[in-house]
Design a protein around this ligand. Structure first.
Ligand code: JJW
Length: 447
């Protein structure tokens, strides 16, 4: 039996996001977000689910902070709903929204839990979307105003800031694939939105530096891993393209100040070129203090002409899948982290999301989610392998603290280590919660 041990100063925690857990979408002056609009559009979200109630964390945050404390977490990652602060995206501040986040943050600090705050986790004010959303560069200005307000309002309380969560999801998944809000399907639009999200990130980092705010700032891109089916150059190059859509496309501009040329050429062939203004890449490549990494799944890929955007087909190798139909592929977690180190050096990394979807319900007040424990064991082992290979990982935040609104899949998919009964809103600690808590306490686990 192998023991997997983590450094004594390794930070452990869990993550959530505003639209997925808060509810109270029409309370205390909150403005409408694009996910309120999208979830209320027939056919967009499973079962017509919306975030109107979600986990009702807006009213139950003290109970949730106790769950985080009882877990033994060092850090809690949450996101701020931009429309709670600026209901119209810009202009007048909604003090009741600000007050809510002070109560949440104060409750965390009182229990010795470090808040890690994501500024943009997809709930863009609808008022900004009505003016073009992230396709309109004015939204960048609005984001900088929002970020600047939050930096100064919470200076000294929040010391780990994340500008943008998973820009690939907010650009390509939301505006090319069309599965997330606002649901466009246009590659040029998505490419420009991806660029504007990166500019917004860089502008917020510069504002943070210029304002001498205490703490650290980064962003949290999502990554996946395509392992070439064979050593054939076509398979290797197809997988490189698939990986680069999440990796190099969103990392090169930040760490190298340029887009990856092999992908620029590929997108050009597909009719899409990012609209870059003078100074954009200089702004985007503002140095960051840490990198958030979100990893869930990977797979084996093979070249197939005209398959998808990258002539890349997924091969079903028969790997086990979670209940959201994603392959369980911890090897990919190890490989993508080593590739990040090799490409971008040793920037401090926090795993800001990693988790498994399993939909067990409580029986006699318990949830025997042992497959989620197995997922955690294999992925934490892959993570430690990367650390032993020199990757500078500082912490791990499980996605998610509790079951919540899983975007287009609504409440049908459960990632939580705490079960939520959406009828009663009762929380039930799952077996994985207890296993994770022991791992945090011991700083190790046995494979
Ligand atoms: C090629 C076709 O693809 C169609 C679907 O493509 C994807 C890709 C990725 C996702 C996805 C969902 N999550 C979990 C969330 N991360 C942030 C947090 O809010 C979690 O709820 N991460 N990635 C969904 C769909």
């Amino acid at each position: 039996m192998a023991i997997i041990q983590f450094p004594k100063d390794f930070k452990w925690g869990a993550a959530t996001a505003s639209y997925q857990i808060e509810g109270a979408t029409n309370e205390d002056g909150r403005g409408v977000s694009i996910w309120d609009t999208f979830s209320k559009t027939p056919g967009k979200v499973h079962n017509g689910d919306t975030g109107d109630v979600a986990c009702d964390s807006y009213h139950r945050y003290e109970e949730d902070v106790k769950l985080i404390h009882d877990l033994g977490a060092d850090v809690y990652r949450f996101s701020v709903a931009w429309p709670r602060i600026f209901p119209n995206g810009t202009g007048e501040v909604n003090q009741k929204g600000v007050d809510y986040y002070h109560k949440l943050v104060d409750s965390l600090l009182e229990k010795g839990i470090e808040p890690m705050c994501t500024l943009y986790h997809w709930d863009l004010p609808q008022a900004l979307q009505d003016k073009g959303g992230w396709d309109n560069r004015e939204t960048i200005e609005a984001f900088v105003q929002y970020a600047d307000f939050m930096f100064k309002e919470f200076d000294g309380k929040i010391k780990k800031w994340i500008t943008v969560n998973e820009p690939w999801c907010s650009s390509f998944l939301s505006n090319y694939i069309g599965e997330h809000a606002p649901g466009n399907q246009n590659l040029q639009l998505a490419t420009d939105i991806a660029h504007h999200l990166l500019v917004a990130h860089g502008r917020a980092v510069k504002q943070f530096r210029d304002s001498n705010i205490e703490g650290e700032i980064g962003y949290a891109p999502n990554v996946t891993w395509f392992e070439p089916y064979s050593t054939k150059q076509q398979d290797i190059e197809a997988c490189n393209r698939g990986n680069a859509w999440n990796l190099e496309w969103f990392f090169d501009p930040v760490f190298k100040g340029s887009y990856p040329s092999f992908m620029v050429d590929w997108f050009k062939e597909k009719g899409a070129t990012p609209t870059i203004l003078d100074g954009d890449l200089e702004i985007i490549s503002q140095p960051i203090d840490f990198l958030g990494i979100n990893y869930y799944t990977g797979n084996v890929g093979r070249y197939k002409e005209n398959e998808g955007l990258f002539d890349l087909e997924n091969i079903d190798m028969g790997y086990d899948k979670t209940d959201i139909d994603w392959f369980i592929y911890p090897e990919g977690f190890y490989k993508v982290l080593v590739k990040i180190k090799d490409l971008y050096g040793n920037v401090p990394i926090y795993i800001t999301e990693n988790g498994a979807c399993y939909n067990e319900e409580p029986e006699n007040g318990e949830v025997a989610d042992h497959k989620r424990i197995d997922y955690l064991k294999t992925h934490l082992t892959a993570l430690k392998r990367s650390m032993d290979s020199g990757v500078n990982v500082k912490g791990f935040l499980y996605w998610s603290l509790m079951d919540n609104f899983e975007w287009a899949l609504g409440y049908s998919m459960r990632f939580g280590i705490v079960h939520v009964n959406y009828e009663t809103l009762e929380r039930t600690k799952k077996d994985s919660y207890h296993w994770f808590g022991e791992t945090i306490q011991n700083g190790e686990f046995t494979l």
